[in-house]
Design a protein around this ligand. Structure first.
Ligand code: FAD
Length: 505
């Protein structure tokens, strides 16, 4: 998500020390598959170790074996055996393992490395692409853009898998216009917990289709997704503007997400810069960077509005008109605007630059006690005052990125499993902190304080990429959809084999 450069600091030599794992489960089970299944489970220490950890780097969940399937039929065979065989073991699909709390692993069971099945076929009319579940979004972009087309909804980071984001939602700055990634899927092939392979769409097996979208891997393994495509623009004009006033910031964000395609921009996000965090000024020209840093020092919090307008031909008047309107009518602090003109691919793949940097400093594989929330628009001011000012700003230090942007509910289909607040506009708040083994629990306790504050103040948040350990929290999360969610589990995965790392059933 957004600019990860801020993570670099505050995490120093400490990260080289051994992480203290909050959740740890060692496998004792050896899974022996009958020869007739003709499946090879990898059990070498390196493969098992990789499958035991994820991006969160706070858990160790050790599987008994890893399957690198050469076809979706192999997954189906494995699941049929697990569902009907004498040896009971659970199964977790794994994309890139960019989960935060062990959701893509399974203690003593089989992890399916979905990235072994990566494939993209663009339809002749270029209206959609059929993509294997383990394909990374960056590869979907590369392949489709070469043919002049592109998916319409993106996560900020592209080295995550199609099946992984569709199991959550796939959110980002384009969804105010096009909906999340789960709203831009025409059909799926899904291998259920019984080992059946079913095609599904709004017309065909709709219960499975809507269940799987945002379904946290509970009902089946996505082996193919048909993704909506549209014209791929050539370039993006990418702006950041600074605000010291929260109301002016959110008013402008909300106004931008209400505009239509012709008069508006294509991407809207936002971030918080706080005086107790590291202030990344690099988007601004070197001559302005100290002014930006001073601004944060003087105001304690500065709000960054981030927008992009895509274009093909810079001489077409509408692009200029939209940008003119942007720069002249928005209420950012005069002079505090910066624009980068970049290829479309580079704009979408912007976090890769930060990943490379962090990896080179050995700061990528540190604990990530990330906390993602949706907050209803009518409660965002209370949330800002109670959480940003009274909790986050009062910490001695913060590290990482704090995302803050509104989006529209109208592109989410309530039949999908994904949960969002019950208002037409809601905010995405992503507190994407990096930690060391020494302070990971401290950050987690701040996240818990935020949940407590929201509960006490009756702020109706929904969590994203959440990990609850108590059943009642899952029931509360799904609310009126809990009944349908459990029924779908009984229908498609009655033995409760799939994605047990989510800790729901
Ligand atoms: P995994 O972590 O491997 O799996 C996630 C869950 O889905 C697991 O329960 C797994 O069992 C299940 N699963 C995986 N594949 C399949 C499949 N084919 N069929 C069924 N179930 C499956 N998310 C956003 O929405 N927006 C962002 O902007 C964004 N930015 C990110 C930036 C970074 C740097 C990182 C690390 C993550 C970001 N994410 C973002 C989160 C990302 O969407 C999740 O990590 C998600 O889980 C996808 O990652 P993955 O493909 O590695 O899935």
């Amino acid at each position: 998500m957004a600019n990860l450069r801020l993570m670099i600091t505050l995490i120093t030599v400490l990260v080289y020390l051994l992480p203290s794992f909050a959740k740890s489960s060692e496998s004792t089970k050896v899974i022996t598959l009958p020869k007739s299944l003709n499946l090879t489970l990898l059990t070498d220490p390196s493969t098992i170790s990789t499958a035991s950890h994820d991006y969160g780097n706070v858990t160790t969940v050790t599987p008994g074996g890893v399957l690198c399937p050469s076809s979706s039929a192999e997954i189906s065979r494995l699941l049929r055996y697990a569902a009907n065989g004498e040896t009971i073991f659970q199964v977790a699909a794994r994309g890139q393992g960019h989960s935060l709390n062990g959701q893509a692993s399974v203690s003593g069971g089989v992890v399916i490395n979905m990235t072994c099945l990566a494939d993209i076929t663009v339809s002749e009319d270029k209206e959609y692409a059929d993509v294997a579940g383990g394909t990374l979004w960056v590869d979907v972009l590369r392949e489709t853009a070469e043919q002049g087309v592109s998916p319409v909804s993106w996560t900020d980071y592209l080295h995550i898998s199609v099946g992984g984001t569709l199991s959550n939602a796939g959110i980002g700055g384009q969804m105010f216009r096009n909906g999340p990634q789960i709203s831009n899927v025409l059909e799926l092939d899904v291998i259920t917990g019984k080992g059946e392979t079913l095609a599904c769409s709004p017309q065909l097996n709709p219960e499975l289709f809507y269940g799987v979208l945002g379904g946290l891997g509970q009902f089946g393994i996505i082996s193919r997704a048909r993704i909506v495509l549209n014209h791929a623009p050539k370039r993006a004009k990418w702006f950041k503007m600074l605000y010291s006033d929260f109301t002016a910031f959110t008013k402008d964000q909300e106004s931008l997400i209400s505009m239509n395609n012709d008069t508006g921009v294509d991407y809207v996000e936002g971030q918080l810069l706080m005086s107790n965090g590291i202030v990344d000024t690099s988007f601004f020209p070197p001559s302005d960077q100290s002014k930006v840093a001073d601004l944060v020092k003087n105001h304690s919090i500065i709000y960054v509005l981030e927008v992009a307008k895509y274009y093909d031909d810079p001489t077409v008047p509408t692009t200029g008109q939209v940008i003119d309107k942007l720069t002249k009518t928005l209420s950012y602090l005069p002079g505090f605007i910066s624009m980068h003109d970049v290829p479309y691919f580079d704009f979408l793949n912007r976090v890769q630059v930060e990943e490379d940097k962090l990896r080179s400093l050995a700061l990528w594989e540190v604990p990530h006690p990330w906390f993602n929330l949706y907050v209803p628009k009518t409660q965002i001011l209370d949330f800002h005052n109670g959480v940003v000012k009274d909790i986050l700003l009062k910490q001695n230090s913060t590290s990482g990125v704090a995302l803050f942007y509104p989006t529209n509910r109208n592109k989410w289909d309530n039949r999908m499993s994904a949960m969002i607040p019950d208002e037409n506009v809601f905010y995405v708040v992503g507190l994407l902190q990096s930690a060391s083994s020494q302070n990971v629990q401290e950050v987690e306790s701040v996240n818990e304080a935020i949940i407590r504050f929201c509960k006490d103040s009756d702020i109706k948040i929904k969590q994203y990429l959440m990990h609850f350990t108590r059943k009642e929290d899952w029931v509360g999360h799904f609310g009126s959809k809990w009944g349908a969610f459990s029924k779908r589990k009984d229908l498609f995965d009655p033995k409760k084999l799939l994605s047990p790392g989510q800790d729901i059933f």
